[in-house]
Every structure is written in C-alpha cells, then in structure tokens.
Design a protein around this ligand. Sequence first.
Ligand code: ACO
Length: 479
Amino acid sequence: MKDKTEKAKERHIPAPSVESIRDLILEAKKKAYAETDHEPEPELTSAVEWPITCTVGPGLEGAIACESKVGYVNGSKGWLIYRGYDIFDLCAYSTFEETSYLLLHGRLPSQAELTEFTTSLRERMFIPQTQRLMLSFPVETMNPMSALRLGTNLMRQKQTYRDTDTEADLKVGEILATDDDSIPMETRPPGKKNPVFEFLTGLFKRVHPASEDALVGSDEIESCYNLIAGVASVAATIGRTRAGRIPLEPLPEYGLAGNYLYMVTGRRPTALEERIMDISLILHADHGMNASTFASMVVASTLSDIYLAIGAGISALSGPLHGGANVEVVKMLAEIGDPSNVKKWFRETTAAKKKVMGFGHRVYKAYDPRARILGPISALLTENDETRRKTYATAVALEDAVVSELGAKKIFPNVDFYSGIVYSAMGIPQELYTTIFAVSRVAGWCARVVEYLENNRIFRPRAMYTGTFDETYVPPSER
Ligand code: ACO
C-alpha cells in the first residue's frame, strides 16, 4: 500500500505558469463568446437627450442618472467592458495599474506613462504616517471595513490641508470669525477660489492641466493616485494589525497587487500569486452604477472632497448586500463539507426557501464573466492541497446542482462564488475579503467621480410623501 507522502507526490501537479493563466482566460473568453451574441444594443449605449423618460423601480432601479464612458455591464449578455475593452482581454493582458490608468484617464497609457504611473503608485503605497496613526486606534478589534474608512480619513488628514491650518496660514483678512475665541480652524483654508477641493498644490508633479475654475484639476487626480495606492496599504495594514504584527512598507520589486499580498501576509508572493491577485483586482475595478459607486458620486456631487467621497464608497460596500457575499460562500462550502453532501444540502436549502450564496445577480441574467475567469483560476490554485481541492470540488458540485435546478430562472454563479476560494488559497484571512474589493473598486470610484464632476449636478431624487397631514401637536406630558 502506498503511504500518504507517496500519494501526495503522485498528486503534485507543477504550479501553473503565468502564461497558462492567460490561456485559461482566453479559453473562458472563447466559451463566453460562443454562448452569447456580440451585437451592440444602441438603446442601452446611446447619448441621452435630457430630460428623459424611463421606468424606475424602488431604490432608483432602472433610473438613468448620468452618461458615462467609464464602463458598461450588459447583464443579459454577460458583458463587462471598461472604456471599450473587454474584461477578458484586460485580465489576459493588462495589469491593475494599467487598468486603473485606463479607467481614470480614458485611454491606455504609453509604455513610459505606464512605467511612471506604476512607480508612482508604488511610491504612494508608502504611507508611514497614516499607518502609524492607524496604530493609535483599536484597529485589531474594529470591523475591517470600518477601519478602512478610518484609514482614508487619516490619509486625507495627512495628504490635504483641509483640516490642518497652521499659524502660517493665519491671515487677518481671511479670518471668518473675529471674536477673541477665533482659532485657526476658523480661518479660510488657502488654495483655490473654490474652498472645497484643496490639496497640497505643488507637492506632486502635475499630471494633467486644468483651468482655474475646473472642479477636477491635477490636484484631484493626484489625490485619486494617492487613494488607489493608499487604500491598498491601509487594507494591508488592517490585516497586519489584526494579526498582531506591525505594518510593512512596499517592496520595489512588486506592483500594487504583489505589494498588497506581501504587506498583508508578510510573505513574498510568487509570480503566479501576484498575477492572480492582479487579475482579481482588474475584475473588481468597476461595475456600473452599483451602490458604492453611486454613494461616492453622491458625496462628490455636493463638492465635498474625493477622500470623503471614496470613504462613502467604502461605507456602502461594507454592507452584506454589496461586498461580503464571498465570505458567506466560503463559510457555506465549509458547512457543506464534501461534494457528496451537496445534493442533500441543496434540497434542504431550497425547501427552506433560502438563497444559495454566490448565485444570482441583480444585473447578470447570464453567466457572470468574472466568475468565468475566477472559476478555472480557483481550480488551478487548489489543485495541490487536499482540503482546498475538496472545497473546490464541493463548489463545482454545487454549481452543477444550482444551475441544473435554477438555470432556467437565469441563476448562475456570480463573482463572489469563486473569489473567496481564490483569496483563501493565497492565505488571506476571510475577514479581509471585502477590503480587497475596496482595494480594487477605488479605481472605478475615482474614475466615475472625476468623470461626473466634469459636468457636476448635485444628486437630488425625490421621495413620494405618503404620510399624514393635519396632525395636531400634543405636548409630551399629555401624550
Ligand atoms: N439562490 C436561490 N435562488 C435564487 C438566488 C440564489 N442565490 N438568487 C435569486 N434566486 C431566485 C429568487 O428566489 C427568485 O425566485 P422567484 O422568482 O421564484 O421568487 C428569483 O431567483 C429572482 O431573484 P431575486 O431575488 O428577485 O433577484 P435579484 O436580482 O433581486 O437579487 C441577488 C439578486 C440579491 C444577488 C440574489 O441573487 C441573492 O441574494 N444572491 C445571493 C447573495 C449573493 O451571492 N450576493 C452577491 C451578489 S454579487 C455582488 O454583489 C458583487
């Protein structure tokens, strides 16, 4: 009889190469293209003549709030497109840095621009003051998304002069209150005429000229760069702090994805792990007018500032209806335990009218292209570990059961079904999964906020009042 070690050796499959991941993505693309047509739908993608008439459901479902060139989701065909580029091609050929540049600037960078941008993001991941400030809060016991929200506020404190008026800024003519109690906080911050978007002008090299009065100038774009780099560092700091370890600084040899992995696990990632994290970040970077993107845009539309706008995105993402379903998937697969238990578990779950985590989507009524990519990647990542292999096999058996029963209702796996398996195989603790979503989505939030501010109009929908009239006020003592 063969012992366990021999069996394991036989089983060991050489780690796949980075190139094989590309082949796998292109294979998934071929399958997706074979299963859907590629005819554009002009009624969903044409310029809007305002005002427009559209059918709106509760929660603004179906409402068109603005035009955008940032990204497009066609749920009935299973398309996801950033700035005209198919998600399959971006995952096969691009990096998170390049995709972020594309989303933010509307075009792919030249080689020189990409090198400069990648270097710049790496440098901006080094935020020791913010990391140190975070250690003075009980981050290890905070909800990670709440800690991430705090981190963006601390970045704002360090990277803007919004709240940091100093003696030097005190100019008599600019003091807003003139009584003896006036303190520096009551002075008008220096900077642009518009007192809202003021960042450390001149600290960074200008990336894009803007007119005096434009709401989005180079300082704001610089702040987007700070946020794309900084959210990754803060998210990693949260992971480290929760593990009782001190935060790390980024290493020069890695890009954002590799550095995130290194800074959270303390272990230098392999080229394959770095590439898979890069792909995961590309996949989550933008997704139409989802709740967190909308939240960021609403805050920005008041001419608050971009740090606070991104903080609002993080807050919205923290809810279980938005980010976080992938954690539930991993727990659910652990509960099922083995592929042989799937049928019984699924029968009981449907009988109890419970939803299966990681399936269905408000927008996708076809197979989610992100799940098409993460599914095969999770197969590769789990191949060499018995426990993980069983988890993956359980996931596949569950997908078969759900799709054969509910496929007619257009219920397929969504991005969250396989992403948790991927993160867990890379050694990332479950409680950090939603923060990874933010590490990626910050690129989409920034791109859409910046685009919206070019033609800003404060968001102001209505609620239909269905309350009473003519109530007579009764004092508390008489109620
Ligand atoms: N398991 C079983 N049945 C489902 C599921 C599911 N996961 N999702 C939808 N259905 C069924 C519903 O019961 C409903 O059936 P009925 O018509 O017989 O009543 C039908 O499909 C339509 O479902 P709705 O809830 O109306 O679909 P909706 O578009 O409103 O909801 C949602 C989408 C919230 C994502 C839902 O599918 C769900 O709760 N899924 C599980 C949680 C999850 O995976 N969330 C992550 C989404 S991806 C993301 O946010 C990144």
